[in-house]
Design a protein around this ligand. Sequence first.
Ligand code: GAP
Length: 508
Amino acid sequence: MINQEDFFKKIVAHAKEYGFVFQSSEIYDGLSAVYDYGQNGVELKNNIRNYWWKSMVQMHENIVGLDAAIFMHPTTWKASGHVDAFNDPLIDNKDSKKRYRADVLVEDHLAKIEGKINKEVDKAAKRFGESFDKEQFISTNPRVVEYLAQSETIRKRLYGAMDTNNLNEIKTLIEDLEIVCPISGSRNWTDVRQFNLMFSTQMGATSEGANQIFLRPETAQGIFVNYLNVQKTSRMKIPFGIAQTGKAFRNEIIARQFIFRMREFEQMEMQFFVRPGEEIKWYDYWKKERIRWHLSLGIPEEKYRFHDHEKLAHYANAAADIEFDFPFGFKELEGIHSRTDFDLGAHQQHSGKKMQYFDPELNESYVPYVVETSIGLDRMFLAMLSNAYQEEALEDGSTRVVLKLPAILAPYKIAILPLMKKDGLPDKAREILAQLQPDFMCHFEEKDAIGKRYRRHDAIGTPYCVTVDHQTLEDNTVTLRDRDSMQQERVDAGALRKIIADKLRPVV
Ligand code: GAP
């Protein structure tokens, strides 16, 4: 059985080998936590984005789209709280000159204690066999009880210090726990400082006249500052939503796990404007709606779980993450937040423009409350890729690597393959290609043995292969091969468009 780390390495290698994801500027040794999407990656990414857009905008009469600019007036970020509070605590090791997130150093230490607990549990489970009672062991074994008490104390100190912005206490905690730098092995730490995650640049031709502006760290604020424009021009009535997809930028201190945590990434966000007092009803609605969307792709339910936030951001009165079982464990994929009237209220205050809505049913005006759904497109890409990757042993003793992507998301829907490069088969295959190409992403391939071509398409997740052979010339039938079952059926070439369209009908 392959371990999770090796499995993840295989996915990263596969993503590169098959043109899904490349390191940015690789020829110059790459740029950390920035990635480019290759010929197959861009298709998968577009398909995920379209599937989201269709579900949010096309299928909801009361949601409209928006494409706001990345650059925004600098006051936007003052109002949103990002200038003052979008920080991570960082610490440097003076010997290795390496920079770390101070809270993550402590969390890694906590993970080590958890590892020790798991080791004790595994040992005892082996020793006691079937009669092993895990709950009882954890609550009574002196060593485990001690580890749990240690974790609890560390957690309280860390989160207490984070809540009160007590940076000295975080440093003292790192010293007390004798945490060493993984590179230098030393405990020679600087003080902990707050580090703002926003990237900034200058707008204007000369440096004297230049204005510092930020690259947006979330797309949400583009929606809030356009709330009035969209509401008035669309004549939407509350409750209604505005959806947007686009790039966001964060100067993440620790960027790891491939495209899970990037410095330039893409978000798909929707802000739903509701009556004050009705936000929790809509928050519950969107939690259900969003998990339904994920499951509509046919991914097993056990791959997802909700994590309800106990500690809420100052602007939220309810928040939950949808976590996905990535190759490195359950991690946040999407956030659903009840953001109250914080954002519109703050923009009203900073801009002096009224962000109020006149509710004709209530005959009163108010600043709407907001329920947000926010999913990282790149994280969704990684979730789909890691869920799809399989190595299958075949009856003939060989193995195939197959991406069992939901067909609706696959880069190519159909591979059109003349069995041989002669006897008029390529011409006939091109005829069929011309019929299908306007509706589906098709790939025409005539090189190599047919088995090899099937393997190549398995590896990029093409759900259907159409093979044109000598019989096609006689009766216009082709074989249609299913990627997952590898079964082939003989069908009329003229019926292909309908057969495949039926198979690909989205369940958004
Ligand atoms: N507007 C709310 C917001 O931005 P968030 O939890 O900070 O909330 C939302 O981000 C989603 O964006 C996350 O659930 C995640 O999928 C994605 N995301 C956040 N930071 C990311 C990063 N550095 N790299 C890739 N995706 C990221």
